[in-house]
Design a protein around this ligand. Structure first.
Ligand SMILES: *Cc1c(COP(=O)(O)O)cnc(C)c1O
Length: 424
């Protein structure tokens, strides 16, 4: 029996309708920007395995540090105890995070980093004697799959069965240049109730919505208004963090700095599950009290796992290296050339770039082509390009270490779709 056949016996995969998609490709190994299936076929990981493995799979600089850590200290409880990897990681993160982020709360994944931020924002006001029970979020945002994170997510396809159990959330459209004033008015109207605890957003680009990009200026305006109303700004940088937008964090491109930032995905360079929620001293101070109950009673068993911390520290060192920064600019300029190359095609609509993110819409009526997404996916896989279209949006977010030749595998797989007039 092949691995793929054995997989079907007991496994239930994430985000999968098993009746329609029963098959899962078995991956045997990965190195740099490439993973290899059990039959020996290579694929360029064009989305860095959901934006995690940005410095390449099995990066020896990182695995050596993890091995070293593994022989020194595996895991201990993080209540009452602390350790060098966690302390060092906190120092590094505060050094590179946007101004004002002073305190770090570790958890396990993007959803929990959001969950923690939401709970902190609610308790922040509670501790100060204010009852604020509403969160404002953008339409079509994505913040994760646990209940709090799901509540603030505006992508509704998966949320149906759970909507009765959601937190109280008000939504505003993403400012697109034409609607800015209407969005701001709507935001102000919600805030005037005095019930809004926090405003959560994916800064500059909404990932799961299809790499939808928007301007810094109207977001800064919203953040300023939020601050004036005592509302905490939460930047969900789970996707955008660690260099993807061309700066270390997307919030670096904002004039107004958030009160809290959610991090995961590339935090551990794709090695282990880990997340962090950072906040300002002001947020943290609202939890300091002689009253035990004003503390933040939230925690996960594997908090600040030393191996994950070691991977994160090594990853951040790589990110800040000249080499990696050069890789980032190299990929940006490759994207620029590719955009010019495909823009004349009548099938290419709304090309957009931010840092190492490139996206466009395939101008094809989805309905007419039935399961276009599946056909595109199969076409890309046949070409050795691991790309996962979001609806008719095709995007690339490859590891920084992807070579020019490997980038060309992704580009030419996309061009082949255009050459065939989209008829796959
Ligand atoms: C992926 C993602 C999450 C959820 O992270 P998980 O680790 O999958 O729980 C939250 N917010 C954003 C912006 C994401 O891209």
């Amino acid at each position: 029996m092949t691995l793929s056949e054995r997989d079907k016996k007991h496994l239930w995969h994430p985000l999968t309708q098993h009746k329609i998609n029963p098959d899962h490709l078995a991956i045997a190994s990965a190195k740099g920007a490439v993973f290899t299936d059990e039959k020996g076929k290579d694929y360029v990981d064009g989305i860095a395995s959901w934006y995690t493995s940005m410095y390449g799979h099995c990066n020896p600089y990182i695995t050596a540090r993890m091995k070293d850590q593994l022989e020194r200290l595996d895991h201990v409880i993080f209540s009452g105890l602390t350790h060098e990897p966690a302390v060092k990681l906190s120092e590094l993160l505060v050094e590179i995070l946007p101004e004002g982020q002073e305190k770090l709360f570790f958890s396990d994944n993007g959803s929990t980093s959001v969950e923690v931020a939401i709970k902190m924002s609610l308790q922040y006001h509670f501790n100060r004697g204010e009852h604020r029970n509403t969160i404002v979020a953008f339409d079509n945002g994505f913040h994760g799959d646990t209940f709090g994170a799901m509540s603030v997510s505006g992508l509704s396809v998966y949320n149906g069965p759970f909507e009765d159990f959601f937190l109280r959330v008000e939504r505003i459209p993403v400012p697109d240049g034409r609607n800015n004033e209407a969005v701001i008015d709507r935001f102000k109207a919600f805030l005037s109730s005095g019930k809004v605890a926090s405003f959560i957003f994916e800064p500059l680009v909404q990932g799961a919505a299809g790499m939808k990009m928007y301007d810094a200026a109207p977001l800064e305006q919203l953040m300023e208004i939020a601050s004036a109303h005592g509302v905490l700004n939460i930047a969900d940088e789970v996707m955008t963090g660690f260099g993807k937008t061309g700066t270390l964090f997307a919030s670096d491109q904002l004039r107004i700095k958030p009160d809290m930032i959610c991090l995961s995905k590339a935090l551990t360079a794709g090695m282990l599950p880990m997340a962090a929620t950072s906040c300002t001293k002001e947020v943290y101070n609202a939890f300091l009290s002689d009253d035990l109950g004003k503390g933040f009673f939230h925690g996960h068993t594997y908090t600040a796992n030393p191996l994950a911390c070691a991977a994160a520290i090594a990853g951040i060192e790589l990110l800040r290296s000249e080499d990696m920064q050069e890789n980032i600019s190299r990929i940006r300029s490759l994207h620029r050339d590719f955009e010019a190359r495909i823009s004349p095609s009548p099938l290419v609509k709304n090309t957009r770039r931010l840092g190492v993110i490139f996206a466009f819409e395939l101008d094809i009526e989805m309905e007419r082509y039935g399961n276009l997404r599946q056909k595109l996916y199969d076409h890309f896989m046949a070409h050795g390009a691991f790309l996962r279209p979001l609806g008719n949006t095709i995007y690339i977010l490859a590891p920084y270490v992807t070579t020019n030749e490997q980038m060309e595998v992704l580009y030419s797989a996309i061009e082949a779709v255009l050459d065939k007039g989209g008829a796959l």
